[in-house]
Design a protein. Structure first.
Length: 232
């Protein structure tokens, strides 16, 4: 089932979207502000995001930027802003499409289907990466023992949604330093930028699951006082 995250501060619109999408067999996740959207995206890993720009706590373009730091999920902006400059800003920030309110539900659904088809096509070509004795497939969300790995290596490893979110940010920035603040914002949202204990916990979990020697990691690295790095 395709999971859709709908972000809007209008309760009536959220209700209408939930009813219409659920009736067409979409799984629907709702958020009423930017922080809630970033948190919901990291926890639920939606297949597509429908996003209003005029949110109470931050501009929608900031939400787009936060998502784009770690995910390629299709983003459809649904906004009352009809000015071309607003559309350009949203698309430049990383949105994939833009629909102006008031809107036709049939048109919105057609745009969603087109984005999902394109995303599925792109995901099929997304390369996997090797970490330790495993092949990590970001598109399929699987961790499988790679050929030639020691016989006692488990056949597959299960990662939680949050572990996937943290790992994706690092893997999509191979060899690059990702600051702790950036990682926290992209995975948990702006309200969590000081929760460095989250990062220590989840990096330790990922190393335990993926690194052959978790206490001496070779690929999921900590740069003391600066951030984290995935070393291919």
């Amino acid at each position: 089932m395709v999971r859709v995250l709908v972000v809007d501060d209008e309760p009536q619109l959220l209700r209408a979207m939930r009813i219409n999408l659920a009736a067409r067999h979409y799984e629907v996740v709702l958020a009423a502000d930017g922080a809630g959207a970033l948190d919901a995206a990291s926890r639920h890993l939606p297949d597509v995001v429908v996003l209003d720009l005029g949110l109470p706590d931050m501009d929608g373009t900031d939400v787009i930027a936060g998502l784009r730091g770690w995910t390629k999920v299709p983003i459809l902006v649904l906004s009352g802003r009809a000015d071309s400059a607003d559309k350009v800003d949203a698309l430049d920030a990383g949105a994939d499409d833009y629909v102006t309110k008031p809107f036709s539900m049939d048109e919105l659904l057609a745009r969603l289907r087109a984005l999902i088809r394109r995303s599925e096509s792109e995901a099929a070509d997304e390369p996997a990466v090797t970490i330790g004795h495993y092949t990590v497939d970001l598109a399929a969300k699987t961790v499988q023992r790679r050929p030639g790995a020691p016989a006692d290596t488990p056949e597959q490893v299960h990662l939680t949604k949050t572990e996937w979110a943290v790992l994706e940010v690092l893997v999509r920035n191979p060899g690059r330093l990702v600051s702790g603040r950036q990682l926290l914002q992209q995975v948990w949202g702006p309200a969590y930028q000081s929760e460095t204990n989250y990062l220590r916990f989840y990096l330790a979990r990922l190393r335990q699951k993926l690194e052959p020697e978790p206490s001496h990691p070779k690929q999921l690295l900590t740069e003391s006082g600066m951030g984290y790095r995935f070393q291919p």
